[in-house]
Design a protein around this ligand. Structure first.
Ligand SMILES: C[S@@+](CC[C@H](N)C(=O)[O-])C[C@H]1O[C@@H](n2cnc3c(N)ncnc32)[C@H](O)[C@@H]1O
Length: 258
């Protein structure tokens, strides 16, 4: 950023400009899709997807033949989801209901057999936000339903932190063919990590778009304890294949007594 000086214009990764970059780098990412879809398949019925973004998980869920209510806070991300739905076959599009709402406080007035919160997005909420989310989940799960959510699993079975290096950088090619440099700043044991996305090649363009987000790191053990404290039942912890990041993610299968 300091090398770029005034040429750098910083955006939140979910704002109007940032959401296009997020969408470009993530839309082809298949991380956790297969595992999530397999778990959803086990519980027939309507799906409520939280923090749906531009639909990376929504489209595969619709492809299962389910009705999906897709909750998302950012208008820019919802716009991208609408664009994707407009291009999707009608049989998928007609089963999707996008809703602009905050996942830590929503009231949709109905229950769903499955509630999904993928992409470790629970870590975007603070403790108060998570308490609101758990309360809303209890109000929206149908009897016998499931809450499926992913988070990071910081300390692997060996009890070793994933890395001691605070900074890492890797290159990603987006769906558009554009290449990006992703920079992650995550001091050891810090409870948040900052991800910043630069163009991989910087010519003489001005401004240079740089997108950033800081996400909490919510270890699975802590999340499980919170879920139990909120009256939910953790039924299983499913391991996810590494997604190219320095941390390992898990998918929690949670039951809710209604
Ligand atoms: C990491 S992205 C995941 C998007 C999508 N599920 C995917 O896999 O690409 C997190 C999403 O959560 C949304 N978000 C952040 N805070 C939220 C909140 N309080 N309620 C609903 N959505 C939220 C962001 O706008 C963003 O689209």
């Amino acid at each position: 950023m300091s090398e770029l000086g005034d040429r750098a214009v910083l955006h939140d990764v979910y704002d109007e400009t940032g959401s296009r970059v997020y969408h470009d780098v993530s839309v082809r990412d298949t991380h956790e899709v297969r595992e999530l879809v397999a778990l959803v398949r086990r519980t027939p019925g309507a799906v409520l997807e939280l923090a749906a973004g531009s639909g990376r998980l929504t489209l595969p869920l619709l492809a299962l033949g389910r009705h999906v209510t897709a909750v998302e806070l950012s208008a820019a991300m919802l716009e991208l989801l609408s664009e994707r739905l407009a291009e999707a076959p009608e049989r998928l599009r007609e089963r999707c209901a996008p809703v602009q709402a905050d996942m830590s406080s929503f009231a949709l007035g109905r229950r769903f057999e499955v509630i999904v919160l993928g992409t470790t997005s629970i870590s975007l909420l603070d403790e108060e936000g998570r308490a609101g989310l758990y309360a809303a989940v209890r109000e929206h799960v149908a009897p016998g339903g499931r809450f499926l959510l992913s988070t990071v699993d910081i300390v692997r079975s060996g009890g070793v932190a994933p890395t001691a290096e605070p900074e890492a950088e890797f290159e990603v090619v987006g769906a558009s063919g554009r290449a990006y440099r992703m920079h992650e700043y995550w001091p050891t044991e810090a409870d948040a990590r900052t991800v910043t996305v630069f163009p991989a090649e910087i010519g003489d363009e001005d401004p240079v778009t740089v997108c950033t987000t800081t996400v909490g790191v919510l270890p699975a053990d802590r999340l499980e304890a919170e879920l139990v404290g909120a009256g939910l039942t953790v039924l299983a912890r499913h391991s996810l294949p590494d997604g190219g990041w320095r941390h390992h993610d898990v998918l929690l299968e949670v039951g809710v007594k209604v």
